[in-house]
Design a binder for this molecule. Structure first.
Ligand code: SUD
Ligand code: ADP
Length: 264
């Protein structure tokens, strides 16, 4: 069967606008990184595998299958659709993942894989789910999944990640680098909440939503553009050795990115 691309993303800016239970409401510009993606495909299971349980992932991950976002997406889809054809599909096929997006990187690798898996099942099984329905299922797996379901090049993402509004602008050429600093997303948000909580108001939010990514980055430093940068630096002090002028911090990290000259 065909190969599907699960693209990485960067957060051009990420500002906290409030809190919702133990989550934070954000306004963030997500942009696809067009030259960085995982590849997913369904492959027939070996005879022996076919007798095993119903779900098999083939690929190299830093976690057990049960923690994999693709595994979580499968069960979220099964719960939402009660689809016997889905169960039969995963009894007969394994999901093969060629990982290129570094993990713990703030590049949405796990979320993008989960979204791509949901879209693959919807297409191959002709489940007829809308993007909104897939996004609602994906949100159960992670806050970043809805962005990858819609597949926009650039979008304003708000709520805790469930509100995704396409932003019309040229896709920029983005260079990323990922220091070997394993960052916990929940931990960075917790440090923000405890030591840096300072949500922006509706006027600033609206202004950012209407600002192009290039203009937004020209007007902000790395820690102004991403409210999670200072908490990450406080929690993971080694990160500052990797910071280079002209680069910005993506999501909860550890990746930095810059816009390449030919895009500016
Ligand atoms: C920080 C961002 C920026 O895009 O992504 P990454 O840097 O991980 O790529 C996202 O907000 C993360 O999305 P995702 O990684 O899917 O988070 P989830 O697994 O849903 O949540 C992990 C934990 O992060 C915290 N969390 C997540 C999203 C959010 N809007 N507020 C939060 O406080 C919560 O403590 C949650 O339990
Ligand atoms: N399909 C997946 N790809 C990468 N990491 C995954 C996946 N499923 C679960 N994980 C786990 O999620 C965490 C990193 O998630 P990832 O989305 O790659 O990072 P980030 O959210 O910082 O972009 C790690 O604990 C990793 O083991």
């Amino acid at each position: 069967m065909k190969k599907y691309r699960a693209y990485a993303k960067v957060n051009i800016f990420l500002k906290i606008t409030g809190s919702r239970d133990n989550y934070h409401e954000i306004i963030s510009r997500f942009m696809k990184v067009k030259n960085l993606y995982d590849e997913l495909e369904f492959i027939l299971k070996e005879e022996t595998d076919a007798k095993e349980g119903e779900f098999k992932i083939v690929g190299s991950f830093a976690c057990a299958t049960e923690q994999n976002t693709i595994y979580k997406a499968y069960f979220a889809l099964k719960e939402a659709t009660n689809s016997q054809s889905l169960e039969n599909l995963m009894k007969k096929y394994a999901i093969k993942v060629s990982k290129n997006i570094p993990a713990f990187a703030g590049l949405g690798g796990g979320s993008s894989d989960a979204a791509t898996f949901l879209k693959m099942c919807n297409s191959v099984l002709d489940l007829g789910l809308s993007l909104n329905e897939l996004a609602a299922i994906g949100l159960k797996v992670g806050a970043d999944v809805p962005f990858f379901i819609y597949g926009y090049d650039s979008a304003n993402v708000s709520g805790i990640g469930e509100v995704v509004e396409e932003f019309n602008e040229e896709l920029l050429n983005i260079e990323t680098y990922t220091p070997q600093v394993e960052i916990s997303t929940p931990r960075v948000y917790t440090v923000y909440r405890e030591d840096f909580y300072n949500p922006i108001d509706g006027f600033k939010t609206d202004e950012l939503k209407h600002t192009s990514s290039i203009e937004a980055l020209k007007s902000m430093s790395a820690d102004e553009a991403n409210d999670l940068f200072k908490p990450a630096l406080q929690e993971y002090p080694g990160l500052k050795d990797y910071y280079k002028s002209g680069y910005y911090f993506s999501g909860s990290g550890s990746s930095f990115f810059k816009i390449l000259e030919d895009s500016v």
